[in-house]
Design a protein around this ligand. Structure first.
Ligand code: HXC
Ligand code: NAP
Length: 308
């Protein structure tokens, strides 16, 4: 995967990749990251592990998970448990969490990161295509959250949940309707449970990231690379996000430094969302010569209208 060149202004906005929280912030804690074998999930698992947590990573592909787990544990020295589990299957989720609990303890730090997605006009989606995305994203997150939530409540232990959503939960997006519907559902699930479960010491939040180049996302959302270069025009910061930037925000939101935050969705997107909301932001690539011409035309028409 070749990396996408940044715009010149990005030199003002370096991506800070080292952990911002103090060493040992998650020492003694058990974390669970779904989709932790690749992409953002792998980056967040690494950050939590480097901050002291024992981490369980879940996904469907055992070989991918095993490879990541041994990479992470040899880099941080902390325990990383790889478990193959399809989050759509509530029985498998239960068995997997049983195993985590007996091997490394009950997770109190939880990231619902696993997702399925692909671009497609909605009229080309079969019922099963729609169901597949909603099952992974929404029902998968619910399976993990409900199972662990019940265990934490029963154990009288607090916990902190985070879900990775997307910026199109705010206004929707064409060609990813099933993902948009499911991710909005996840945000509302977390907001709703934040209201219910504060009394049990449980917080739930979301991060809505903008574009970050991962193989899993970009191969399914821009398979030919046709749209990726235009993407930078919509990011005032002038570059894509980096996995470690999400991992730092995630670590903060899951830690006690954010213990007053619940039911929140934090957008981290290089300014894409506000840019998309500005009706006239498309003028961004207008040259000075074009502005000279536009200004002259506007002034001439002002003068004409004054004379009427
Ligand atoms: C139309 C499609 C399709 C496509 C699959 N289907 N791909 N329909 N266009 N491109 C249909 C299939 O025909 C089938 O329906 C149904 O979807 C399920 O397909 P399977 O291949 O059987 O499903 P499965 O093996 O479970 O794989 C799930 C998957 C796959 C979602 C299709 O892509 C996957 O494993 N994804 C996991 C990782 C991922 O998606 N990462 C990207 C996350 S990025 P029928 O009717 O034929 O049975 C993200 C946000 C990015 O979420 C935001 C960026 C800014
Ligand atoms: P990714 O590498 O494809 O991550 C998705 C992960 O989910 C994979 O590790 C995959 O592993 C796992 N997964 C998929 N279906 C699963 C299932 N049924 N059960 C268990 N695990 C499953 O893509 P990514 O870019 O890192 O995405 C991570 C998260 O960030 C997703 O929630 C995505 O929506 C979100 N996001 C990404 C971007 C971006 O630009 N990259 C932007 C906004 C939001 P297996 O295939 O082995 O199961």
């Amino acid at each position: 995967m070749s990396s996408i060149p940044s715009k010149p202004q990005s030199k003002f906005f370096p991506a800070m990749k080292t952990p911002m929280l103090p060493k040992g912030t998650f020492k003694g804690k058990v974390a669970l990251v779904t989709g932790g074998g690749t992409g953002l999930g792998k980056g967040m698992a690494l950050m939590l592990s480097s901050l002291g947590a024992s981490v369980a990573i879940l996904g469907r592909r055992a070989n991918v998970l095993e490879k990541t787990a041994s990479e992470l544990s040899s880099s941080t020295g902390n325990r990383v448990l790889a478990l193959s589990c399809d989050v759509r299957d509530s029985d498998a989720v239960k068995t997997t969490i049983d195993k985590i609990e007996s091997d490394i303890g009950l997770p109190t730090v939880v990231i619902n990161n696993a997702a399925g997605n692909f671009v497609s006009p909605a009229e080309r989606l079969s019922p099963n295509a729609w169901k597949t995305i909603v099952d992974i994203v929404l029902n998968g997150s619910a399976n993990i959250t409900l199972d662990l939530g019940k265990r934490l409540i029963k154990a009288g232990q607090g916990g902190s949940f985070l879900a990775i959503t997307t910026t199109y939960t705010f206004r929707g997006s064409g060609f990813v309707a099933s993902s948009a519907a499911a991710k909005s559902g996840v945000e509302n699930m977390n907001r709703s449970l934040a209201s219910e479960w504060g009394r049990y010491g449980i917080r739930l939040n979301c991060i809505a990231p903008g574009p970050i180049q991962t193989e899993g996302a970009f191969s399914r959302l821009d398979p030919t690379g046709r749209f990726t270069n235009n993407m930078l025009d919509k990011l005032p910061i002038g570059r894509l996000g980096e996995v470690e930037e999400i991992a730092n925000l995630a670590s903060f939101m899951l830690s006690d430094y954010a213990s007053w935050m619940t039911g929140e969705t934090v957008v981290l997107d290089g300014g894409e969302l506000p840019f998309a909301a500005g009706e006239f932001n498309q003028f961004i690539n207008t040259t000075n010569e074009e502005w000279d011409f536009l200004e002259k035309t506007i002034r001439e028409s002002n003068a004409k209208q004054k004379k009427k």
